[in-house]
Design a protein around this ligand. Structure first.
Ligand code: IVH
Length: 666
């Protein structure tokens, strides 16, 4: 057998074994044997990179990092679900269905499915091949996370059937308990924030611009729906599950057919017990009318279908005592009270802190130092206090005083009428400066290697860094002899800092920690203004014209950049060699993202530089000559030899007008 044949065989073997393991839950070979086959595949692909296909098992490790997420419009909206909290809610649900369908009898049947606590995704398969994966987003438009989803082993890159022109399946990507614990342990060691629950962990892992990061996260997947049930050829949810399984998609084992609503209620009780034994977190049970014909008659309301409902498990609770309350100052100056608790086991997790959110919350719940309180985790790792047990009071409890001045800089605190949070408004407050720096270096910011939360705190406490530009001025001798550092870690950090000097503009803007400017708004700013200078001097009116950018964000942006201290900071950023980059090639639905252009001859309507700018603005690239990469030559008047050469090479040739027609009207 030649290596090409062996490669195909290995790809098939590995795909099959991976499906046995993840989808059928029935491994046929040991992990060691699997790894051996995988190594063999990698070796052949290393020798013959031209044979690597997008659906090769090796491609699960993640491709190139993205500059930003593209958008995906769902052909059919992705809905959410209404909640039921009691048996009565389920009886009411059935009553509504019967009234709507004008049914007198009890003929309605249901599917009851575990409600997985993760992130809803849509997977598009064309002729059996996974071509796109996206988040739910706002239901209509989600984010393109194809590259990230490809790294999830439980998601087949190829269905068993290739004769289905198009199928959009939907399901949940989630992280099992063990995976979440391990990940959080590692994050704690690195001084990073912990994921509060499996849902955040799944979302945080998928919304990584660098799919290689996603690939390292232990994510799993179950399918539970298709966008277009009627188009699936199935007549019921029950049948659909069988069909999806034959396609090689992983279906949850604990789905259950219910002949009536009573049986669904009984199933809920069973699932509440079963829940503990599952290796992954579920937060309830979804009940769906089984028959598709009835589903379609019932239709959908604004955000949720009439034919389904989510029964939520009650939260897990325990009682303990409030020993102390501390006040933490965050990046935006918000002061958050945190209760230090007598450590207590809440559903298997040792809890010693709970956020009290804000001052109003303390008053509303009438919490006092020394109180015995009920704490709960609602599928969350970060717990909250439900209420004090008044009957346990002995008179020694002390009211919790919200401070008048900042616990860090002593500046008077401010609480605006329309806001619930109390803030330290001193722009020079060291706590805010520190948290801004922590954010700037963190994964949500520039993701600077070696500058996790603990390191930033240490350098700040030692006054080696005072503000953001200082980070870029750090030197070997500043850190190599510090506690916990050595030459190697110092070198790593310096390499991380050097790499962070050319972030994308969007990433840089999001890293600054401007209020209301997260990744999405930052990406809007980059795509609209295409240069840092333009963002620095933009007016509110112009910002308000940007589709998707609200008044709050506009105010915050203008206020931020008009602060003289911020303007000085930007001069120091530039001096330190920081140059944000505007992405030339974007992923996603940019019009020209797969094209590489070259212009020849004299253009009549555009200047060369305008033409090039248009290409870049729409995600295309510019070639240096008639190269292999070139996809399209645009010819003006009196073209030179390039035209002939491009024709010989079979490249696309466009006139200037045809080129302009590719683009939307200005
Ligand atoms: S069906 C219109 N089935 O719950 C149908 N959703 O609260 C909507 N979820 O966004 C989805 N397990 O992320 C469905 N077996 C299941 C589910 C499930 C978890 C999530 C899903 C959805 C959310 C709605």
């Amino acid at each position: 057998m030649d290596s090409k044949q062996r490669l195909t065989e290995l790809q098939q073997l590995l795909t099959e074994h991976s499906s046995n393991y993840y989808v059928l839950d029935n491994p046929q070979i040991s992990d060691g044997e699997y790894d051996k086959l995988f190594q063999e595949l990698l070796e052949i692909e290393k020798l013959h990179p031209q044979w690597i296909t997008a659906d090769s098992p090796s491609q699960r490790v993640g491709g190139e990092a993205l500059e930003s997420f593209g958008q995906v419009e769902h052909r059919i909206p992705m809905l959410s679900l209404e909640n039921a909290f009691s048996d009565q809610d389920l009886y009411d649900f059935e009553d509504r269905l019967k009234r709507y369908l004008l049914l007198e009898d009890n003929s309605l049947t249901y599917m009851a499915e575990p409600k997985l606590d993760g992130l809803a995704v849509e997977l598009v398969y064309e002729n059996g091949t996974l071509i796109q994966g996206s988040t739910r987003g706002n239901g209509k438009v989600g984010e393109d996370i194809t590259a990230q989803l490809r790294t999830v082993s439980a998601i087949p890159l190829q269905l068993t059937q290739t004769d289905i022109p198009l199928i959009e399946v939907r399901g949940e990507v989630f992280m099992n308990r063990h995976g979440l614990e391990t990940l959080n342990r590692r994050r704690a060691e690195a001084g990073e924030d912990l994921f509060a629950n499996p849902r955040n962990a799944a979302a945080g892992s998928l919304r990584q611009l660098d799919p290689a990061v996603t690939a390292k996260r232990p994510l799993d997947f179950f399918v539970y729906a298709v966008a277009d049930p009627k188009g699936s050829g199935c007549s019921s949810q029950r049948e659909l599950f069988r069909f999806l399984e034959t396609l090689g998609l992983p279906v949850n084992k604990h789905i259950f057919f219910c002949a009536d609503i009573k049986s669904a209620i009984a199933r809920f009780a069973e699932l509440s017990t079963l829940r503990q034994e599952l290796s992954y977190e579920i937060d309830g049970m979804v009940v769906k009318v089984d028959e598709f014909s009835l589903q379609s008659r019932l239709g959908v309301k604004a955000r949720a279908p009439r034919w389904a409902i989510a029964c939520k498990f009650p939260a897990i609770q325990a009682t303990t005592q409030i020993n102390d309350v501390i006040f933490q100052v965050g990046r935006t100056g918000a002061v958050t009270p945190v209760a230090l608790l007598e450590p207590v086991d809440v559903g298997g997790v040792l809890v010693s802190r709970a956020t009290l959110h804000n001052g109003d919350e303390i008053l509303r719940k009438d919490l006092r130092l020394g109180d015995t309180v009920v704490v709960q985790r609602a599928g969350d790792v970060i717990p909250e206090i439900v209420k004090p047990l008044l009957e346990k009071r002995n008179g020694n409890e002390v009211t919790i005083q919200f401070p008048d001045s900042c616990p860090v800089c002593a500046h008077p605190l401010q609480k605006l009428q329309e806001e619930v949070v109390t803030r330290c408004v001193n722009p020079h407050c060291p706590a805010q400066r520190l948290q801004t720096m922590v954010h700037f270096c963190s994964k949500a910011g520039l993701d600077i290697e070696g500058l996790g939360k603990k390191s930033v705190e240490q350098l700040f406490d030692l006054q080696l860094i005072h503000d953001l530009p200082d980070i870029f001025l750090l030197k070997m001798e500043d850190v190599e002899n510090l506690d916990g550092w050595g030459q190697k870690s110092a070198e790593n950090m310096l390499r991380g800092i050097a790499a962070a000097k050319t972030p994308s503009l969007a990433r840089f803007l999001a890293a600054l920690g401007i209020r209301y400017v997260g990744e999405v708004t930052a990406t809007l700013l980059e795509n609209t203004f295409l240069s840092l200078a333009k963002v620095l001097y933009v007016s509110k009116d112009i910002l308000l014209e940007v589709d998707g950018l609200g008044e709050q964000a506009a105010n915050s942006i203008v206020e931020y950049f008009s602060d003289p201290a911020v303007q000085k900071m930007f001069i120091r950023f530039a001096d330190a060699g920081l140059v944000p980059q505007v992405a030339e090639k974007r992923t996603g639905k940019q019009l020209l993202s797969d094209e590489v252009f070259l212009f020849t001859g004299s253009l009549q309507k555009l200047s060369r530089s305008e033409a090039k700018k248009l290409v870049k603005e729409h995600g295309g690239q510019i070639a240096s000559g008639i190269t292999k990469k070139l996809t399209c030559l645009v010819v003006g008047e009196k073209p030179g030899s390039k035209l002939k050469k491009a024709e010989e090479k079979g490249k696309k040739i466009l006139t200037e007008d045809a080129f302009l027609q590719l683009l939307p009207l200005p």
